[in-house]
Write a protein that binds this ligand. Structure first.
Ligand SMILES: C[S@@+](CC[C@H](N)C(=O)[O-])C[C@H]1O[C@@H](n2cnc3c(N)ncnc32)[C@H](O)[C@@H]1O
Length: 359
């Protein structure tokens, strides 16, 4: 091999590696830039403007000192680069200037839109999570249950129950996330049909159950969650709320829904909950089922953004809880250990899969 060519290749590789390292070292600045855009309400400002907004108009709408114009330009340049805004040319007299427009990602971050991930992004970028994530490395050589525990001295559900600011954001996050359930129900209506009753275990404020109960008025839905989560929630004709602990008791029903619950728990706890679910659907015989909406990691099949997001979620579960995102074979192991006989996984849009588990 030509020695010079070998040197050039090695050098190219070295500088590619340098860029790769810098990019990942600074990944947190991508998150923080997004956080500042949400804090400044930029997506909603562009949305209410009704058309692409120029930098001077954005500056005016934000009531920012004009001396910060070039700083705002640089923030917007990064957010355009990461796909949160786009630039278009807008006429200015005989000339043109640049206007910032929304992209599908920033549309999903509008505060009052449905569906919206505005509160989800706020919750995931909350100091409680960001601060705990800084302790991941130390945690590996400690005996604490989670990095979150290392920092706050309690588990995340205890923290949620004691911290109104975080729990408010967290609940809003789940409500907005569940608004995307409408799309899932439309596609998978048959999964919820043919039952008289459904128990939504760890159902939060009942956002998913509300969508299901409205779509299937003959189905009696019960939401089980911690008493502090369901207190003061109004029952309706086919939707009721029960305060309790799923490890103690799960109300009987024909089908059980577990949406984004098992990923918050380790395998042993999941098997305990699944066994309780099996008892709860026992009266429906072999026709009863457990419906799980959660992530299934499939590194070979998932496209890049989906795969990245699932792997990040997995590390976040490690920081906050003793839970995890699971691959199919890991799910299967839980189902078999809990005494179920078979299951069917259907990929639904986005990061989630719908898993039907049968006794
Ligand atoms: C990530 S949230 C998902 C909420 C809801 N299923 C949704 O998707 O919008 C997990 C929920 O499980 C509830 N949860 C966790 N452990 C529980 C337990 N031991 N008993 C009852 N609910 C529990 C939490 O309070 C929280 O509302």
């Amino acid at each position: 091999m030509d020695i010079n060519k070998g040197n050039v290749e090695a050098e190219t590789q070295l500088f590619q590696a340098q860029a790769h390292v810098y990019k990942h070292v600074f990944n947190f600045l991508g998150s923080m830039s997004l956080k500042s855009a949400l804090q400044l309400n930029i997506p909603d400002i562009i949305h209410s403007h009704g058309r692409p907004i120029t930098l001077p108009k954005l500056l005016l709408a934000l009531h920012i000192d004009p001396a910060k114009s070039s700083h705002l330009y640089r923030l917007m340049r990064l957010l355009v680069h990461s796909g949160f805004f786009s630039t278009v040319k807008v006429p200015k007299g005989d000339e043109e200037e640049v206007g910032y427009d929304l992209t599908p990602s920033s549309r999903l971050l509008l505060k009052d839109n449905v569906p919206s991930l505005f509160y989800l992004a706020q919750a995931m970028l909350h100091p409680a999570i960001v601060h705990s994530s800084e302790h991941l490395g130390d945690w590996f050589s400690s005996n604490e249950p989670t990095p979150f525990y290392t920092v706050y001295g309690m588990g995340c559900w205890d923290y949620v129950s004691q911290n109104k600011d975080f729990s408010g954001l967290f609940n809003e996050a789940l409500i907005s996330d569940s608004s995307m359930m409408n799309l899932v129900i439309k596609d998978c209506r048959s999964v919820f049909e043919g039952f008289n009753s459904l128990v939504d275990v760890g159902g939060g404020k009942g956002a998913a159950s509300r969508v299901i109960s409205e779509s299937l008025p003959n189905l009696q839905c019960t939401v089980l969650d911690f008493p502090y989560v369901v207190e003061n929630l109004q029952d309706s004709e086919n939707l009721k709320f029960v305060g309790g602990d799923m490890f103690q008791s799960i109300p009987a029903g024909d089908a059980i829904l577990l949406k984004l619950v098992l990923h918050g728990y380790g395998d042993e706890d999941c098997v305990k909950v699944l066994k309780k679910c099996k008892e709860a659907i026992a009266s429906k015989g072999r026709e009863g089922k457990v419906i799980i909406i959660d992530k299934v990691i499939n590194e070979q099949k998932d496209e890049r953004d989906v795969r990245d997001a699932k792997l990040f979620f997995d590390v976040m579960m490690m920081i906050m809880t003793n839970g995890r995102e699971r691959e199919e074979k890991e799910w299967e192991k839980l189902f078999l250990e809990a005494g179920f006989s078979h299951y069917k996984i259907t990929s639904i849009s986005g990061l989630r899969s719908l898993i039907e588990v049968y006794p």
